[in-house]
Design a protein. Structure first.
Length: 562
């Protein structure tokens, strides 16, 4: 009966062009948050949307924004920026722009959207803003930069503002920018906050942005139900984790696209170089990469170029040890990381729309419950199935218990984190290979892998193309720079001999002695002696060549006789 009462897209009084785009995207029916939020936003109300990751929040605010612009087009006399969408990271801005592009495919001329989140020259984006697109997508800092430069004016014509991932806005350090930015907006406009949680930061933002809002806090779990998302844990110490991961991937016990989370940026590269030795391809994603490289990594992963992406958690950059190292070591690690420049407009475990992820692997267990929830939210999105496998060391047992307690709420204390049955002694042969491969990835190897990435980025950088054209010697020097020998690849490691396989997976079926005796002998194949043929042809060629066929001995004897 509930399905009969569900409001469908065509019942929401949406423009036919939007409905055609929705149909082309194969969205059969709205999600719970879309069904509830879209009608309220179409009425013009301020709304605070709280829904779990993967619930369709982006479309829940994008569809009303597009509909509102199409309505305003009928009465407005001149072109202006009517919607501003703010998001804490460049990846999310690109993701929102992509969704809007899909939804406006049938009305692209009427509704134009521009993403100005990229950290490129402000003048290059100024020309885009001078055309006054209908929708501007940006991070708070980039939007404020252009408002201060008077590249866009919102005081008179802005109709709606959206803040996506509102709970991350303050944690990314945008509190001052948001408060200053509000001074450039009109007194009356519709506002939307979208968030995965209702944290204190969201409530603070709600007070300064929204006016008499409707709060949509759907009664739904943070993660997909157990019928859709399975949680597993496996007790393993540092020496065993790499061997187990190698065995799981090589034996195809883990199938489909996977995200592997580690605790620090360096471990991203260490794990990538480790897997490369077994010809297991992967790409890396962390906040120290340039925005263009991060977006390219996500795009390649989503398009299937890579089946594995290795990501560092953002909280781990602030607490590189996950809060479990002694205070002295923790201070030392934090001091080392503070020297590195990281892009604050980057988010990995939160927000990014990784598509069709079948598995999330916590190679390093997350530092808190919230981080686990957000990592796990990368899989089992929509109606897709997914699984989470976490490696847990003895000292991380308390963290796992906290996650178990949180996930079991409302389930009558039913156990959520199931034990993954894996007999390490069955893959003892893998351990020896793994140990050598893991040790081969030294600090120097990690450093050179990162240098190689920077060098490649310099060669591909569009900004430097003009400089390289004027200075070809610099380009040649950079290209011919010394080779960076990260880790010596050994091709034989990609192959798994049968004796390394667990007994249950071996294909050795013994033949009975009587059957072997009665079986006819195998037929001998006629073989061609290619070596003899080649030798004969070589001899004939030599005989035809007077210089090569000259009999020195015979000529010498003749001369002596004379």
């Amino acid at each position: 009966m509930e399905d009969d009462k569900k409001v469908m897209f065509h019942e929401m009084e949406l423009d036919d062009r939007i409905l055609k785009a929705v149909s082309q995207l194969a969205w059969r029916e709205p999600t719970m948050i879309q069904e509830t939020a879209i009608p309220l936003l179409l009425e013009g109300k301020d709304v605070l949307i709280r829904a779990r990751t993967g619930s369709g929040k982006t479309a829940a605010f994008a569809i009303p924004v597009i509909q509102k612009i199409l309505n305003l087009k009928n009465t407005s006399r001149y072109q202006s920026i009517k919607a501003l969408i703010l998001s804490p990271s460049k990846e999310l801005c690109g993701q929102i722009t992509s969704v809007i592009s899909d939804l406006t495919i049938k009305c692209a001329r009427e509704v134009r959207c521009v993403d100005i989140s990229a950290s490129i020259d402000t003048q290059a984006q100024k020309s885009q803003l001078l055309d006054k697109p209908d929708i501007v997508v940006a991070t708070p800092s980039r939007a404020l930069t252009h408002l201060k430069a008077n590249n866009m004016r919102l005081k008179d014509d802005l109709s709606i503002m959206v803040v996506d991932e509102a709970d991350l806005i303050f944690s990314f350090g945008y509190e001052a920018e948001i408060k200053e930015l509000l001074g450039y907006l009109p007194k009356i406009y519709q506002a939307v906050l979208a968030s995965a949680t209702l944290s204190d930061d969201v409530l603070s933002l709600k007070k300064i942005v929204l006016r008499n809002p409707v709060t949509l806090k759907l009664e739904e779990p943070e993660l997909a139900p157990s019928s859709q998302l399975q949680h597993y844990h496996l007790f393993a110490e540092e020496d065993d984790k790499a061997a187990i991961l190698y065995a799981l991937l090589k034996l195809n016990l883990i199938r489909g696209k996977s995200i592997i989370f580690v605790r620090t940026v360096d471990r991203c590269y260490k794990l990538k170089l480790y897997l490369e030795q077994f010809k297991i391809g992967s790409c890396v994603l962390n906040s120290e990469l340039p925005a263009a490289v991060r977006c390219l990594s996500v795009d390649q992963f989503n398009r299937g170029r890579y089946q594995i992406i290795i990501a560092s958690d953002e909280k781990a950059l602030e607490k590189p040890d996950g809060g479990i190292l002694p205070i002295e070591e923790r201070a030392k690690k934090k001091k080392q990381l503070s020297k590195r420049k990281r892009d604050k407009e980057s988010g990995v475990s939160r927000g990014i729309d990784f598509q069709y992820v079948a598995n999330v692997i916590n190679f390093d267990f997350p530092s808190d419950v919230s981080s686990y929830v957000h990592r796990a939210g990368r899989t089992a999105r929509g109606t897709n199935q997914g699984s989470v496998l976490s490696f847990v060391s003895i000292r991380e047992k308390s963290l796992m218990d906290a996650v178990e307690e949180h996930l079991a709420k409302g389930l009558n204390n039913q156990k959520v984190l199931q034990k993954y049955e894996f007999a390490l002694e069955e893959v003892e042969g893998f351990r020896y290979r793994s140990r050598d491969a893991w040790r081969a990835v030294t600090r120097v190897a990690v450093r050179e892998a990162r240098l190689k990435e920077i060098k490649q980025e310099l060669l591909n950088c569009k900004k430097l193309q003009g400089y390289f054209e004027e200075n070809p010697t610099d380009y040649a020097a950079l290209k011919r720079d010394k080779a960076l020998h990260t880790v010596r690849l050994q091709p034989h490691l990609a192959h798994i001999p049968e004796y390394l396989l667990p007994a249950a997976l071996r294909n050795d079926e013994p033949v009975e002695a009587e059957e072997a005796a009665s079986a006819p002998p195998p037929k001998k194949k006629k073989q061609t002696n290619h070596y003899s043929n080649a030798k004969r042809l070589k001899y004939q060629a030599r005989q035809k060549d007077p210089l090569r066929s000259l009999d020195v001995k015979a000529k010498t004897n003749t001369a002596v006789d004379t």
